[in-house]
Design a binder for this molecule. Structure first.
Ligand SMILES: Cc1ncc(COP(=O)(O)O)c(C=O)c1O
Length: 482
């Protein structure tokens, strides 16, 4: 039964609140503050509760269904992470508590720094940044400071492939440097000729997303790193997609100088709309002094098995500064710590194996129904074209809208920009084969419908509360429910 709209059940004079008698002298409000044209519904408390509870049921979430939103890694967040983050000693710890009173939390942060360094092959990590994009910002500021401190002030350009995540060029611009866009070759790799032509003494570095937003691991990554280093630039890896590399590729060992993680993508801490996330930044030895701080260090090792080490907070010597109040988002650190600890080394390798296997399984199953522009072994995600030669009116958006009729969240639309009508699909490692098959069947049915009955896609979604032909759920038709 669909609920009536709250404005329709409004009854003049009905009250949801029970206000106490006034116990102070009454005074008239200034006339400018008193309005009678706001037209608020007059409803009871129960009606308000039902209204908001019904609204909350309209939300879509990873805990409700499949969410193949490419580049966002909407994967299941294990509940044990939540249990640990809510332990009173962690969840209720006041950020102003002194170091002596926060030894447990500092130990967690220190261990996380060490694990993230180990997993990425870098020498040091700062947990300060509060999101992937802020981790990028930290990394580019580090590169900028490194060159400036050496008096190399001509280095103002950052090379960014056109298959990069959108935050990469935005970060470069925010850091006051300029973006030089590099084209991709027909295989989806960076165009090596364009790269070599761009490498000169004005290059501060290169920022490359690995795997790229095409879901591809650049086959020439070693040559790219070499070319940029040869001209005196530093290499930044956007490591937000580390879920496809865990345990198989260590960017620090490949030759990268700096990288950020997205804890919410790789280590399953919840997404927060760019808000309460975490984007730790990892660097090699020569960039260590520039890390944002404070970082956690072990002040005194344990003297024996009974003893515990002593931890403290320290600002790196030449730090780019502080990026976040207190110590970053500790709630994310304790969740990521739990995730890494639960999986262990081999478990994390399995995360990467399954992320890559799942994406390639779906890609292979859809290749006869959709155009896949760079159809080779992909990482954790892949991109298809949401268009058909014989159905010119059908766009990626229509396919996405129709998917909603199947109870599936649409993939990322129109990104990456270098693929026309792009649909970027990331199944993630946490989905089982049955779920993937349900998605594949839905996508195949939609491709058939696009050829045979495109109107079905154009007019979709048919079963959601907000539909193109109606703004109200109860007017939506169920006729086209799959
Ligand atoms: C490859 C890549 N880089 C950077 C970001 C930006 O991260 P955030 O949204 O945490 O700022 C994302 C976000 O999903 C990403 O996928």
């Amino acid at each position: 039964m669909s609920e009536p709209l709250i404005y329709e059940i409004s009854v003049p004079g009905r009250m949801g609140a029970n206000l106490p008698d006034v116990d102070v002298p009454q005074a008239a409000l200034p006339a400018a503050f008193v309005r009678d044209d706001v037209n608020l519904p007059e409803v009871s408390e129960l009606q308000v509760i039902r209204h908001f509870t019904n609204l909350s049921h309209l939300n879509y979430a990873i805990d409700i269904g499949f969410y193949p939103l490419g580049s966002c890694t909407m994967k299941y967040n294990p509940r044990i992470n939540e249990d640990v983050a809510r332990l009173p000693g962690f969840g209720q710890l006041h950020p102003l508590t002194n170091e002596e009173g926060t030894q447990g939390a500092l130990a967690v942060m220190h261990q996380l720094q060490e694990w993230l360094a180990e997993i990425s092959g870098f020498d040091a990590v700062s947990l300060q940044p509060a999101a992937g994009a802020q981790g990028e910002f930290a990394g580019i500021l580090i590169i900028r400071k490194y060159h400036r401190e050496r008096g190399d002030t001509n280095r103002t350009k950052i090379l960014v492939p056109n298959s990069a995540h959108g935050t990469n060029p935005a970060t470069v611009t925010m850091a006051g440097l300029s973006v030089v866009e590099l084209p991709s070759d027909e295989d989806g790799n960076v165009d090596m000729n364009a790269l070599r032509a761009a490498c000169d003494e004005t290059v501060a570095g290169m920022m490359i997303t690995v795997p790229s937003t095409l879901g591809l691991f650049d086959r020439n990554i070693r040559e790219i790193i070499q070319a940029v280093h040869d001209c005196g630039g530093l290499m930044y890896m956007d490591g937000a997609n580390m879920n496809s590399l865990l345990g198989f590729v260590k960017p620090g060992e490949l030759g990268f100088d700096v990288m950020h993680y997205n804890l919410h993508k790789t280590f399953s801490t919840p997404h927060g709309g760019g808000g309460p996330g975490s984007g730790p930044v990892a660097v090699n030895e020569k960039l260590k002094p520039y890390l944002p701080g404070p970082v956690v260090e072990m002040v005194e090792a344990a003297s024996d098995d009974e003893d515990a080490p002593l931890y403290g907070l320290r600002m790196p010597e030449n730090s780019i500064g502080r990026l976040k109040v207190f110590h970053g988002n500790f709630g994310m650190h304790s969740r990521a710590y739990t995730y890494i600890r639960t999986y262990g080394g081999e478990g994390l390798r399995n995360v990467a194996r399954h992320a890559v296997l799942n994406a390639n399984y779906v890609r292979a199953k859809l290749q006869d129904d959709y155009t896949i522009p760079y159809n080779r072994l992909c990482g954790h995600e892949f991109v298809i074209e949401g268009r058909f030669e014989d159905a010119p009116d059908v766009h990626a958006l229509d396919i996405s809208k129709r998917l909603m009729d199947f109870g599936i969240h649409p993939p990322t639309n129109y990104f990456p920009l270098i693929v026309p009508e792009a649909l970027l699909i990331e199944p993630t490692e946490t989905e089982d084969k049955q779920t993937l098959d349900t998605f594949i069947d839905a996508m195949k049915q939609i491709a058939r419908e696009a050829h045979e009955n495109p109107a079905l896609l154009k007019e979709a979604p048919h079963v959601t509360p907000v539909a193109p032909r109606s703004l109200r759920s109860r007017y939506c038709t169920n006729d086209h429910r799959p």
